[in-house]
Ligand binder design. Structure first.
Ligand code: PEP
Ligand code: MG
Length: 526
């Protein structure tokens, strides 16, 4: 909660549109120098973020460097300069053309790239008219930032502690503003659409990023309520501090490992701070989704190695690509499906797409030399899929050995998130070193209730006899085979579910890192 800050619109306004024929040579040169300066700044910011361990955010800036230097873009601008347009106007016009093309694409990820190209071309234009600095330099008191959209270069320029919250008209769960906000620990409400106009005139704004709403000029009662909520949150966190360092066991002495779910390697250090005893689920798809090309085997190796190194001997479960359902993969042709959640998802897609699967398996095997990595396959529905996936892993292992590449040992496990996998848990256990129950999907498939639907909230509940029966069956199969069984769906972090899961025989719980201390407390009190 704090004063509203509306950044002056980021668009530079060129004072002249046209140049004379005599100026073409010098203007071309000025344009090239501006591109160089902007690319230089962007790559410096990228290096700074990388040095700070924010790999994913650094990647965004590297992508912007590529965009700034894109030969197609620069030659389109040069052509306009040749036709006597001023470079500052030409680069904005070309930026708009590109942005319109991206925005028209029927793909959330590609549409979000429209903002990137506007951001980069806007910076080149600003550089040309001698206005390199952004409106965010004016942000000198801690405030809630209200903007149509926020580009990575904007958020990166905000001084530490100056942003109390973000409210943007554009943006989605996977847009860069959300990623940056999450990694900066700033509450954000994105994608509010035209409602932003109502917020714009406000003096003070209160943002609840957890529930996803913002209140303008809150009355004294609301202010008191927000103060109470944030006080309670801080108190709750402080009281749980002592649990960060403990290894949780129940009163009967049953050890329950409490681990973190990660979406990117830059979250590893924070997760350790919160007391993670390992990574129960590393969702690798985000590495693939935040860009418009596929990460190479080497890039994946670096990302997995970074987490493996950070966690040392602690186990890190890397889940192979789980796209499909509500997660699209730019760069891969996914045909339209009537029921994407019942479609080409997870291991089904990986087994059909060796050009995606094999580099990932190779990267995991190589990174395993740097720590305690395990590999886990998502959306498995029968033993045949597990056998096929393990055979691919074995092929990759042999290939790397014959190439003389250093690799590590990796155990293989299965996500139990289809009812079929839970029913067949005993057979799957014969072929697995561990299980991890994905309650998010297990609930939606068991109760036939789309996990994203607002209206079906009543059914989005792991505490249903059918789901509990499947969890029980899975635990019995795992315990009989002597393999560990974790839960990495949202239920693992819910205080009211933890006693039930432990009772059913679960041996590990994996959750969003900030939930770890509370979960350890709940386990210790059982
Ligand atoms: C799950 O389904 O419970 C799970 C952890 O995987 P995701 O949420 O990534 O589908
Ligand atoms: Mg799942």
């Amino acid at each position: 909660m704090g004063p509203a800050f509306v950044p002056a619109t980021g668009r530079p306004e060129p004072k002249r549109d046209r140049i004379t024929k005599n100026e073409v040579e010098t203007e071309l040169q000025r344009f090239n120098e501006a591109v160089e300066a902007v690319a230089g700044n962007l790559s410096e910011t990228g290096d700074r973020l990388r040095a700070a361990g924010s790999e994913e955010e650094a990647g965004i800036f590297e992508f912007h460097v590529e965009m700034a230097e894109d030969p197609e873009l620069t030659s389109a601008v040069e052509e306009r300069i040749g036709n006597l347009e001023s470079p500052e106007a030409a680069v904005l016009a070309v930026g708009e053309e590109y942005a319109a093309e991206y925005a028209a694409m029927d793909d959330e990820y590609m549409a979000a790239r429209a903002d990137d190209v506007r951001d980069v071309t806007g910076q080149i234009s600003a550089q040309l008219i001698g206005r390199g600095a952004s409106a965010f330099e004016a942000l000198q008191t801690p405030s809630v930032v209200l903007a149509h959209s926020l580009a990575p270069s904007d958020t990166a320029r905000i001084k530490k502690g100056m942003a109390l919250g973000f409210v943007t008209a554009e943006g989605s769960r996977t847009s860069h503003v959300s990623i940056m906000a999450r990694s900066m620990g700033i509450p954000a409400v994105v994608g509010v659409g035209p409602a932003l106009e109502e917020v714009m005139g406000a003096q003070t704004v209160a943002v609840d990023g957890g529930e996803g709403y913002a209140i303008t000029d809150p009355d004294p009662e609301t202010v008191a309520e927000f103060e109470r909520m944030s006080g309670a949150l801080a108190e709750e966190r402080a009281a749980l501090d002592e649990y960060k360092r403990i290894e949780a066991s129940t009163g009967e002495g049953r050890r329950i490992e409490v681990a973190a779910n990660l979406g990117s390697s830059s979250e590893a250090e924070d997760a350790l701070e919160w007391g993670a005893e390992g990574v129960g689920l590393f969702r690798t798809e985000f590495l693939f989704m935040e860009r418009d090309d596929l990460p190479s085997e080497d890039e994946q190796y670096e990302a997995y190695s970074a987490v493996a190194r950070a966690f040392g001997e602690k186990p890190v479960i890397v889940r192979t690509l789980d796209v499909g359902g509500d997660k699209d993969l730019p760069g891969v042709d996914q045909a339209e499906e009537e029921n994407p959640f019942l479609g080409w998802r997870g291991i089904r897609m990986s087994l059909d797409t060796p050009e995606l699967f094999e580099p990932q398996l190779r990267a995991i095997l190589r990174a395993a030399a740097n720590g305690n990595l395990k590999v886990m396959f998502p959306m498995v529905a029968d033993v045949g899929e597990l056998e096929a996936a393990k055979a691919r892993l074995q092929d990759c292992r042999r290939e790397l050995e014959s190439e003389g590449v250093k690799i590590g040992e990796v155990e293989t496990g299965v996500m139990i998130e289809t009812p079929a996998a839970a029913v067949c848990a005993a057979q799957l256990a014969e072929e697995s070193a561990f299980f991890s129950i994905g309650t998010n999907d297990l609930v939606q498939y068991t109760l036939a209730a789309d996990r994203g639907s607002e209206r079906l909230r009543r059914l989005q509940n792991a505490d249903h006899p059918a789901v509990l029966a499947l969890i029980q069956r899975t635990c019995e199969a795992a315990n009989a085979a002597g393999i560990p069984v974790g839960v990495c769906g949202e239920a693992a972090g819910e205080p009211e579910m933890i006693p039930k899961l432990v009772e059913l025989g679960v041996t590990e719980l994996s959750m969003a890192a900030p939930q770890i201390p509370r979960a350890k407390k709940v386990v210790s009190e059982l």
